[in-house]
Design a protein around this ligand. Sequence first.
Ligand SMILES: [Zn+2]
Length: 170
Amino acid sequence: MQIIHDFKMRIKDYCNNSMDNDYPVLTDCPVCHDVLIKNGFYKRYVIVSNLSYIIFIRRYRCKHCGLTVSILPSFLLPHFQRSLKDIFNIIYQYLKNRRLLIYRRAVFFYVKRFNKNLNALIIYFRETANGHPCFDNKKAIKLLEMIKECKVPTFAKSFHNHFNKCFMAL
Ligand SMILES: [Zn+2]
């Protein structure tokens, strides 16, 4: 299980801090409520405008049921190497201005994923305080602008909490 946490810092700083970031302290297993213990870190790549960083992700494990919980910084999306901000800009620039910020196949991959989640995005905005009542036929662009308005990482974290999946999930 992944928990998205806002470390309130830039990716570079999180990376430079190595295993010494200010991780939230988790004590209760979200499934069985037994004790969670620290279970080291795993390494992960982050791509930010074509630069690649290696960062450490804090992991906890439940003593009782064995569930592992990782603390994913909110500048990332689960299962994506590229930073959230980059992914957002790539989708936005393509849908809005037909601009390809990276190679075509990758852009299409992100746009396709985003479009697959349009209905969940609409439900999200309806069911949360950020609700807007209507959508025109340029739904996707409108949604991107709404996401921008509530700050992309804040939105991504809140969407993840709301549906227990990321807004770019399959
Ligand atoms: Zn447990």
